[in-house]
Design a protein around this ligand. Structure first.
Ligand code: HEM
Length: 400
């Protein structure tokens, strides 16, 4: 059986130049090689909506046990186990410990806090008429919010955020982890080890995430390493992707000023604008899986043991699924995109992410509606999974 169709399409998600604009590559793959095989690194990519959705839903064939990165890491749970790297039933048991705390009605209680925080971050810059929307705003708010849930003190937040950035950063063409990534992972491990030990006698009950996790450790449902893994996972997942989505939305609204005006005129539409940004330029581009048994997709056999990337954002631009898929339309409001994944691993923080991004954009468009991006100062994060900016410098009409 053919496992490697010769298509003439070449896509390298590790190349920095691809990160600037991967969308023409996705379009070409959807058209010419919807089940794409990369010979150099030996992985497959699914680029059509139907194929990604089916794979996300079939956890028995498409396993998470070697991690969600494109490159396999068979030892991914050898250090600090994380439930994102597990299959049911183990995954189900651990996810359940925090799931109820992340439901939309529970998360909605955070709205006043998030709004106040957003305003307090924007206000100091209003008089100067310039700021960096990532460094001064989008990177600070999600870290602050997740920190209140996992008890990271204010004075440690920048350090934890720096480790998260270092952990995901990939050099141009880098396949696999380098020393910077590993050092950041180990530093976070030591940090959450110490934090969990300090807090275990102090936090009681299960009213917030870290209390619930420490309670589970006391009851023997989690090991101490599981607790550390939880801390690392939430500090990364609850932080990087939301920060990047805010930056992506600021950028797309600046590019499409008619769309920005629609949201300024009617802030009720901002929630739909968030959905459209998730679909059109989401901050998670792809998620990796390992195939457990031979599977045939569109005439290609993917063999047991091979790696597959589920190309979320390509699926979200699939013309077979969305009309005018390549156009950014904040009134579309489609919620069947896979920006938060799908199936058993679908993002447990999606309600929080939606709330944070909506409130941030409401306050940003209210306080600095006429921001102009200094394009020369834009800087990207480089990672095959995470898409977004580290710097988004803007100017706007100063006011008090
Ligand atoms: C725009 C922001 C976000 C995006 C685009 C995003 C995207 C995703 C995606 C695609 C997955 C599926 C991973 C897989 O199938 O292997 C996922 C899982 C996850 N996300 Fe998010 N996420 C976001 C925000 C958050 C936030 C704020 C949290 C904070 C709690 C969070 C925590 C998690 C966790 C813990 C998982 C693992 C769930 C599991 O394995 O069952 N995410 N996220």
């Amino acid at each position: 059986m053919a496992t490697s169709p010769e298509t003439g399409v070449h896509f390298d998600p590790y190349a920095h130049e691809v990160h600037d604009d991967p969308y023409p590559y996705y379009a070409k793959m959807r058209e010419q090689a919807p089940v794409y095989y990369n010979r150099k690194h030996g992985y497959w990519l699914l680029t059509k909506w139907d194929d990604c959705q089916a794979a996300f839903r079939d956890f028995r064939t498409f396993s998470s046990a070697a991690g969600p990165a494109l490159e396999a890491n068979q030892d991914v749970n050898a250090g600090y186990p994380m439930f994102i790297n597990m299959d049911p039933p183990q995954h189900t048991r651990i996810r359940k410990l925090i799931q109820a705390l992340m439901l939309p009605q529970r998360i909605a209680e955070l709205e006043p806090y998030i709004r106040e925080k957003a305003v307090s971050l924007l206000t100091p810059h209003l008089k100067s008429g310039r700021m960096d929307l990532t460094q001064d705003f989008a990177a600070l708010l999600p870290m602050d919010v997740i920190s209140t849930m996992i008890h990271v003190p204010v004075e440690d937040q920048n350090q934890v955020r720096q480790w998260a950035d270092d952990l995901i950063f990939r050099e141009d063409g880098q396949f696999g982890l380098n020393e910077r990534n590993i050092t950041a992972y180990l530093s976070m491990g030591s940090y959450f080890d110490k934090l969990a030990t300090e807090l275990s006698g102090k936090l009681a009950g299960d009213d917030d995430i870290f209390s619930a996790i420490l309670q589970a450790e006391r009851e023997g449902k989690l090991s101490h390493d599981d607790v550390i893994g939880f801390g690392i996972l939430l500090a990364i997942a609850g932080n990087e992707t939301t920060t990047k989505l805010i930056g992506n939305m600021c950028y797309r609204l600046w590019q499409h000023k008619d769309q920005r005006q629609l949201l300024i005129d009617d802030p009720q539409k901002i929630a739909n604008g968030v959905e459209e940004t998730l679909r059109f330029d989401g901050s998670t581009q792809m998620i990796g899986r390992q195939v457990m048994q031979d599977v045939e997709i569109r005439g290609n056999t993917i063999k047991a043991g091979e790696r597959v990337g589920l190309c979320i954002i390509s699926a979200s631009r699939d013309e077979g699924r969305y009309e005018n898929a390549e156009s950014y339309d904040v009134t579309r409001g489609a919620r069947d995109h896979m920006a938060f994944g799908s199936g058993v691993h679908s993002c447990v923080g999606s309600a929080l992410a939606r709330l944070e991004v909506r409130v941030c954009m409401e306050e940003l468009l209210r306080l600095i509606p006429d921001y102009e991006i200094d394009e020369a100062g834009l800087e990207r994060t480089h990672n095959p999974n995470v898409r977004g900016f580290t710097h988004v410098p803007v100017t706007f009409t100063p006011h008090s």
